[in-house]
Design a protein around this ligand. Structure first.
Ligand code: DX5
Ligand code: ZN
Length: 213
């Protein structure tokens, strides 16, 4: 499993210490970029990502919850992130955009909202490196996982195996020590966690999540 803490759910005024705690403990740093249009919330963008980059070496996992991702994607190329993920619901040209990302030697990810059927991604699976399944409605941290997300993960895993692909599965939203095992068993490779890591003692929370998995 790769663990990707959602920094949005942390105490953003204490980032130096938090990043120091996470260094060498987690594989990725999940950046929730929200534009106030695709989702109601406005979070942060490339300027803030740049500040983060100066304080940590953890590779970025960029999650763009924005309209017009064609405009936003290039802003993250210079961070050399592990992956740039845009939403299926936000573009008419997912393949073209994925190719643009891959040309930079960065993994291309597509995310789908809870109500978007996984079958919609079937025609694109060959073109992308990662699928990010939203297990809550995007826009806010601290929500409860939507139970049907588990079947979605299994279905996607089956599609990937049937096509003999290596597409990674990332799951985001409402993951806790109580449901992480189910999510991993269903086929997830990357786990995003906000509240489960940043609410309470970060080190204890990390230990718990890793131990259970
Ligand atoms: C929701 C974001 C998530 C969120 C995760 O729109 O994409 O990354 O911050 O936080 P938790 O784990 O608290 O649901
Ligand atoms: Zn996210």
């Amino acid at each position: 499993m790769m663990l990707s803490p959602s920094i949005l759910a942390s105490d953003l005024t204490d980032l130096k210490n938090i990043l120091h705690l996470l260094e060498n403990q987690v594989e990725l740093l999940h950046l929730d970029i929200m534009d106030g249009h695709f989702v109601p919330t406005l979070s942060f963008g490339e300027v803030y990502a740049n500040v983060l980059r100066q304080h940590t070496k953890i590779p970025f996992d960029v999650h763009l919850m924005v309209q017009n991702p064609e405009k936003e994607v290039p802003k993250y190329f210079d961070f050399n992130p592990f992956v740039i993920t845009f939403h299926y619901e936000a573009t008419h040209f997912p393949v073209r955009l994925a190719n643009e990302i891959k040309k930079k030697n960065i993994k291309a990810g597509i995310s789908i909202n809870p109500k978007t059927p996984i079958e919609h991604l079937e025609p694109f699976l060959e073109d992308i490196d990662l699928v990010l399944i939203m297990s809550v409605e995007p826009g806010f941290y601290g929500q409860k996982l939507i139970p049907s997300s588990i079947q979605k993960i299994s279905k996607l895993k089956e599609l990937i195996l049937n096509k003999n692909l290596k597409t990674l599965i990332e799951v985001d939203g409402g993951i806790t020590e109580n449901n992480i095992k189910k999510i991993l068993d269903a086929g997830a490779d990357i786990i995003v966690a906000g509240s489960a890591i940043f609410k309470g003692n970060i080190q204890d929370n990390l230990k718990k999540l890793k131990w259970i998995s």
